[in-house]
Design a protein around this ligand. Structure first.
Ligand SMILES: [Zn+2]
Ligand SMILES: [Zn+2]
Length: 155
């Protein structure tokens, strides 16, 4: 199975070792990608455990479960990263998550903040940004080299 995070690798060789707790995601981007894969595979525990302890709410499980159950995930595109590498303590990842909810295709574009604590990356919080709307004949934003309409903009 290809990894849901869109890395082009197999799930078993990409996000699965993080999702199964065999390894910690080494960078903020890998943690972000694995959290998308966790939504895709409905791994609610992973989503809670990788949310910074200071930001977890008492209703986190219900909220995450409701989102995971109401949404069909269609793709992830990482647009930008700042820091978040092996030697960093903080990181930023901007991404677009494409999904379908109540029969409508839509997207979440977010600039997320990550923090490292005791050697592990955590999602802290994020700012929602306006949706991106490439023209159908423009190059796809995922850098596949295809036109948007032939790639992530496919109807
Ligand atoms: Zn992955
Ligand atoms: Zn694309």
């Amino acid at each position: 199975m290809p990894c849901p995070c869109g890395s082009g690798q197999l799930l078993a060789e990409c996000c699965a070792p993080y999702l199964q707790g065999q390894r910690n995601a080494p960078t903020a981007e890998k943690l972000m990608r694995s959290r998308y894969s966790a939504y895709f595979t409905k791994n609610i525990d992973y989503l809670i455990n990788t949310h910074h302890p200071s930001r977890r709410a008492s209703n986190s499980r219900e909220m995450i479960t409701a989102t995971a159950n109401s949404v069909t995930w269609l793709g992830l595109i990482v647009l930008d990263t700042e820091a978040g590498q092996l030697e960093d303590e903080t990181g930023v990842v901007e991404f677009v998550a494409l999904f379908q909810e109540k029969g409508r295709k839509t997207q979440l574009r977010e600039r997320s903040q990550f923090r490292k604590q005791q050697g592990r990356w955590f999602y802290l919080d994020g700012d929602i940004l306006p949706a991106l709307k490439p023209k159908r004949n423009e190059p796809c934003w995922c850098n596949s080299g295809k036109k948007f309409k032939q790639c992530h903009g496919k109807k």
